[in-house]
Design a protein around this ligand. Sequence first.
Ligand code: KG4
Ligand code: ZN
Length: 322
Amino acid sequence: MVENGNRILSNIVSSQAELHARFGGVVPEIASRQHLLLINTLIDEALTTAKLKLNDLQAIAVSHGPGLVGALLIGVATAKALAYARRLPLVAVNHLQAHLYANYLGGAPQLYPAVILIVSGGHTELLLINSLGDASSLGSTRDDAAGEVFDKVARVMDLGYPGGPIIDQLASGGNRTAIDFPRAWLDDHCRYEFSFSGLKTAVINHLYHAGRRTETFNVADIAASFQEALAEVLVEKTVRAARDHQAKMVLLAGGVAANSRLRELFEETLANSLPGTALHFPPLALCTDNAAMIAAAAYPLYLKGNFAALNLNAHPGLGIGL
Ligand code: KG4
Ligand code: ZN
């Protein structure tokens, strides 16, 4: 529950990580069934924490994409039912745009032009924002998303799920220069595009060859070296975009924005190469998926009267559409 688009009254997150851990990734069918089981309890808990009743609400916001269709449908159907029963406006929110609003909820100033890097389990997108509501895509990943690579590397290393936080933690005790994993800079005409499948394969090959030679390998060194290769490319390309477009601010969003080395490297690199450019990342709780960012993103749409009809559908492949 969010008031005036910027004050969080409650932000209840029910993580399914444990449920999916033994599969090494999200199982869509389990995810939607679990959504169905928990959604009403979660809404009750959000109301209780915010000390509100359903009657106090002025609008219902819901993410209609992108994402897993089953889970999206549960959210959309629930939101439509609530909006209809309570005669409330329904606001449809793009999940990716909502990650951007996590920054404003977290107190980011509105400085433009800004460059934002959205890095999650499903996306790696670099955007130029000229003002709120006026943004264009600079580049994205050609293969795996950054979070997906963290999760897959963790899976081949038998570390658990989700891989990002585990590798982040493990890497803090490792040597990030131990293994020189490849960085895909791509040609100059793809200067804002990313590719991580080569890095993922390099880590898998490294483990395979070390296994064949029955070498004992240092897991922390592999985690740190992999994380460094991935973070360097993300930082370098984002800073490059900020320089090219004279950005006043760099923003980070999405689950991978919680990564401690990525944050540190952004701080160091910006301070050295673009000292006048502000840097903002959401607090950890707002980096990964959460309801508050959906409500915050809905607020400007609500003010404009941009409401969804009750035939709203889920759009699993929805683009950034800013
Ligand atoms: O934004 P998010 O919660 O969900 C999606 O929309 O995908 O992002 C989840 C992703 C997962 O791949 C997870 O491994 C990654 O964010 N992640 C991290 C960290 N915390 C979460 N990756 C690297 N370091 C972290 N500390
Ligand atoms: Zn997300």
